[in-house]
Design a protein around this ligand. Structure first.
Ligand SMILES: [Zn+2]
Ligand SMILES: [Zn+2]
Length: 300
């Protein structure tokens, strides 16, 4: 299960009614944040995301709208009682940027551990029992998208367990993946389960020009969160230059990747009414949301 809150939806600079794009995730009582542009601690507080729970921060790339809010975020988290090492992951350049920004947070109550990830190939690491894959984007600087995969245990079949004569006392153990010996026979979870369940998948991609592999990265996502700077296709050439996407390109990626839902984010400050295209985008992809700050979902 993954609790998801899109704390902000803006690109480039915060606006009076739109915070910069940042994604908050909660799983098993732990919090993870992707990106921290200016004012991110305010956006999180506004939407009830508790920085005291945050043990991991992922940075997509070293542009101000994705990292300039780090000192304020760290200080607010420290004042809010956050303790224990904070793990920060990001592309090449993250260590230097984070350490530079931290020269104005000298009395922080917790340590940070920084890991730089390559932007030349997909790398994976664990956030508790969730696998996080860092996806190489194509932007003006090294940039990463992130994909979260939560494997789920197969569905327990009590009927099958009874038919096999396995005592109830062993059911929980078997379902947790242990093997059990009973009357000379060895049983595993496979013996008492129905079909395997598909994993839960969340993919997050901002700040990239379009390229074909994006849909491969997002394959079978339960939720794809993707940037869309503008609603009109007339901006495609300009955005190609600036290495960004528009709504229809994000929708195309969602469709091609067989994603179930799409949330748009990272709107240009010049895009004053992102929702203006609410009707047209549904023609591109049915389950599309032109997200607002504070968009929420629990994936389970
Ligand atoms: Zn940006
Ligand atoms: Zn950028």
């Amino acid at each position: 299960m993954l609790d998801i809150c899109l704390a902000g939806t803006g690109g480039m600079k915060p606006l009076p009614d739109r915070f910069l794009t940042g994604l908050w995730l909660e799983h098993d009582g732990y919090g993870l944040l992707i990106d921290c542009g200016e004012g991110m601690q305010v956006a999180l507080a506004k939407h009830g995301c508790k920085t005291a729970k945050m043990d991991t921060l992922l940075i997509t790339h070293i542009h101000a709208d994705h990292i300039a809010g780090l000192p304020g975020l760290l200080l607010t988290a420290g004042n809010g009682g956050r303790c224990g090492v904070l793990n920060i992951y990001g592309p090449k350049g993250t260590e230097k940027a984070v350490r530079s920004l931290m020269c104005i947070t000298p009395e922080l109550a917790f340590d940070v551990k920084i890991t730089e990830l390559t932007h030349h190939e997909i790398t994976s690491f664990k956030w508790h029992d969730i696998t996080v894959s860092a996806l190489p984007m194509r932007h003006k600087v090294p940039c990463l998208g992130y994909r979260f995969t939560e494997n789920r245990p197969p569905v327990f079949d009590p009927q099958r367990a009874m038919e096999l004569g396995i005592p109830k006392m062993y059911w929980k153990l078997l379902h947790s993946g242990e093997t059990v010996e009973h009357e000379g026979k060895t049983y595993s979870s496979k013996d008492i389960s129905k079909e395997d369940r598909a994993p839960l998948i969340l993919t997050y991609m901002t700040d990239t020009v379009y390229f074909d592999r994006l849909s491969e990265y997002a394959a079978d996502s339960d939720l794809l969160i993707c940037e869309g700077m503008y609603g009109s296709d007339e901006y495609i050439p300009k955005m190609k230059d600036k290495m960004h996407l528009v709504y229809s390109q994000a929708a195309y990626i969602a469709k091609k990747s067989a994603s179930k839902r799409l949330w748009l984010t990272h709107y240009s400050p010049a895009n004053e009414n992102p929702k203006k295209y609410d009707k047209t985008v549904k023609e591109y992809f049915p389950d599309i949301t032109i997200s607002r700050d504070g968009e929420r979902l629990t994936l389970k």
